[in-house]
Design a binder for this molecule. Structure first.
Ligand SMILES: Nc1ncnc2c1ncn2[C@@H]1O[C@H](COP(=O)(O)OP(=O)(O)OP(=O)(O)O)[C@@H](O)[C@H]1O
Ligand SMILES: [Mg+2]
Length: 240
């Protein structure tokens, strides 16, 4: 892998069994994502955006093709190697947030650091910084059920960016946010990119494409186009 490449997918395929039927969620997807860039995955519901993010994170196994993530061949990696990669280098914002209900927002956000042995005080400091970055200062001691859906989403983003992550994967990170907060969160993700973090996100919101270096358009599991953001925007008739 070249040092400047974060992710290389080659003829990537993923099929889900649905009883006797099977659904091809991804077919022959090939793309190369440079390190330190922000990529937006877009396309209709069911086009394979979440599946691609899950494969990159090693949350689902690759069925065909190859996938290199941060120098690791995740199509052949064992579960332990994938878990270690996820814990140390990858932040993932789940489409459904996946916050732990019995932990406060602060405890949720500092969990990845504590899991890798960071001292409690240092983890708390880093978690408060990440929460401040997404506008959650003052809500550290609340439980997920005690805050709004948008605040839960921001806590999930704080958990994904806490500490020094190499790669942040975000599945519709602005989906539950009003347009102003959504724009702020996109600004946070773009700032991370400017600091050298590789960011890949899925989105239905054309306004988010303006922050992207490149846009991948999926349809029925195939990659329709993969362009620098400007040409993708002009192909859509311009993005405000
Ligand atoms: N665990 C699963 N079991 C069976 N089918 C699945 C599973 N996960 C995804 N699929 C199917 O794979 C296809 C791609 O789904 P995916 O969730 O990746 O789409 P998406 O682009 O993220 O959609 P959305 O915009 O609604 O989030 C869909 O047909 C979906 O029904
Ligand atoms: Mg999805």
């Amino acid at each position: 892998m070249s040092e400047n490449v974060a992710i290389t997918a080659t003829r990537l395929g993923k099929t889900f069994a649905m009883g006797k039927q099977s659904v091809a969620a991804l077919r022959d997807v090939s793309l190369t994502l440079p390190a330190g860039t922000l990529t937006a995955l877009t396309g209709p519901s069911g086009s394979g955006k979440s599946t691609l993010l899950h494969l990159i994170a090693g949350l689902e196994r690759v069925d065909s093709g190859t996938l290199e993530v941060l120098g690791h061949p995740v199509h052949t990696c064992g579960q332990a190697e994938l878990a270690a990669l996820r814990l140390r280098e990858i932040g993932f914002v789940h489409q459904d947030f996946s916050l732990l209900a019995d932990l406060t927002l602060l405890e949720n956000v500092r969990l990845p650091l504590e899991a890798t042995g960071t001292a409690r005080n240092d983890a708390t400091t880093a978690a408060c910084e990440a929460m401040a970055r997404v506008g959650l200062t003052g809500l550290e001691q609340r439980f997920p059920a005690e805050v709004s859906g948008g605040q839960q989403q921001r806590a999930a983003i704080a958990r994904a960016i806490v500490g020094r992550r190499t790669l942040v994967l975000a599945d519709e990170p602005t989906g539950s946010l009003d347009s102003k907060t959504g724009a702020e969160i996109m600004g946070v993700l773009a700032q991370l990119r400017d600091e050298g973090v590789t960011v890949v996100l899925s989105t239905h919101n054309p306004a988010n494409l303006s922050h992207a270096d490149q846009v991948a358009v999926l349809h029925d599991g195939t990659l329709l186009s993969f362009d620098a953001a400007e040409s993708a925007e002009s192909a859509e008739g311009g993005v405000a």
